[in-house]
Design a protein around this ligand. Structure first.
Ligand SMILES: NC(=O)c1ccc[n+]([C@@H]2O[C@H](COP(=O)([O-])OP(=O)(O)OC[C@H]3O[C@@H](n4cnc5c(N)ncnc54)[C@H](O)[C@@H]3O)[C@@H](O)[C@H]2O)c1
Length: 353
């Protein structure tokens, strides 16, 4: 029986994870999958009460005692430097070495896209963002700070091992999911060392996947073309920085934060699954948060745990809920968080996955 830690976190994280839990219980019943759902109350409240966000023993238990972790969001105005979020999120990312940031982007309804003429099948992109290195490692420094001669250096760290494993993960996924093409986004014309490494590894690893088409595109050209011709793109692999930017652009193509799921993965380790949005303090506690991103995140988690049919059933139920206009105000509806969760549960029983 898969053991899943539910970590609601802060703000609307608590509200949306409650709905994700409800949907997981419903789909478990319908698909006859026993799920062991265990709630973990980590977040700003606990950090403020005990001075530590997550202990070493808790991290160890999460790493060894669970198959997957589902997190709502972390962020609270009472912790302005977000120290607790860093401790928990970066702690897990580095401790479990979660090198894949997976961001699937599917258009649920054409009316949610800012593009004028787009059909749901036109936007179905899966982005593999490198999650442990690149320009986000924090190596660098300031020189002559605060003077007119100030210098800021931010190093871009890319290892052969790091590049190879994210590229391989993208090709492996493409093959397993029956996808036709993997696109590498880089900037090899201006960033020749990192870009060169990515291009060489992409070509070498790609040779092993002769059944999958491959192409390398400069990230600026890709950003432009994703808006003009989203249907051209299937699986995209990119470094930490480029993947970060492209996945937000892709999320905007399908309706933004309320519908965007994500996963942080390392095969063999428990994956960390989270909706892309934050804790939204401006609407926390008002029953206005859209729970669909968290519910789609639960579907992504089930898919990764090997329950593809249950995941497809949740997605179909979300589509049905949207089709009937049973949404929160951010998607044009009038329902509250709880009511949308209820609609998804009802739809689950009727839809064919
Ligand atoms: N992974 C995470 O846990 C994560 C990610 C992003 C931001 N944060 C944290 O969240 C806090 C707020 O950050 P922010 O305001 O920049 O980003 P945010 O995603 O929380 O909110 C941005 C805007 O989108 C709206 N929004 C977000 N999710 C929504 C949902 N599900 N339904 C309806 N509307 C939604 C909010 O009301 C707000 O107006 C900060 O403390 C930030 O650090 C956490």
């Amino acid at each position: 029986m898969p053991r899943i830690a539910l970590i609601p976190g802060d703000g609307i994280g608590v509200e949306v994870v409650r709905q994700a839990r409800k949907v997981l219980s419903c789909v478990g019943e319908v698909e006859r999958i026993p799920l062991d759902l265990v709630q973990w109350d980590l977040g700003a409240e606990q950090y403020l009460a005990r001075g530590v966000a997550v202990t070493d023993a808790e991290m160890r238990e999460l790493e060894t005692g669970y198959d997957a972790l589902l997190l709502g969001a972390l962020g609270d105005p009472r912790v302005p430097d977000n120290a607790h979020a860093r401790e928990i999120l970066l702690g897990m990312r580095f401790r479990f070495d979660l090198y894949v940031n997976l961001r699937p982007v599917r258009l649920m309804d054409p009316s949610f896209s800012p593009l004028r003429t787009v059909a749901p099948e036109d936007v179905d992109i899966v982005i593999f963002r490198e999650n442990t290195e690149g320009v986000y490692v924090g190596l660098g420094g300031l020189f002559k700070r605060g003077t007119p001669d100030e210098v800021a250096i931010e190093e871009d760290v890319n290892t052969r091992k790091g590049v190879e494993r994210i590229v391989r993960a993208a090709f492996e996924y493409a093959r397993a999911a029956g996808r036709r093409r993997v696109t590498l986004a880089d900037k090899a014309n201006a960033m020749q060392f990192a870009g060169g490494l990515y291009r060489r590894v992409f070509a070498e690893v790609g040779e092993e996947y002769a059944d999958i088409e491959r192409e390398a595109i400069y990230v600026d050209a890709l950003a432009l073309d994703m808006v003009l011709h989203p249907a051209r793109y299937d699986v995209i692999v990119a470094s930490n920085l480029f993947g970060d930017i492209l996945s937000d652009l892709a999320a905007a193509l399908v309706g933004g934060l309320g519908l965007a799921p994500s996963a942080n993965l390392h095969p063999g380790k428990p994956g960390l699954f989270e909706p892309v949005h934050g804790s939204a303090p401006d609407i926390a506690g008002l029953d206005r948060a859209n729970p669909l991103a968290a519910i789609l995140t639960a579907a992504l988690m089930l898919e990764q745990l090997g329950y593809a049919q249950a995941a497809a059933r949740i997605e179909a139920a979300v589509r049905a809920t949207i089709r009937q206009g049973k949404t929160t105000p951010d998607l044009g509806g009038t329902l509250g968080t709880e009511a949308v969760g209820d609609w998804v549960c009802t739809a689950l029983r009727d839809v064919a996955p």
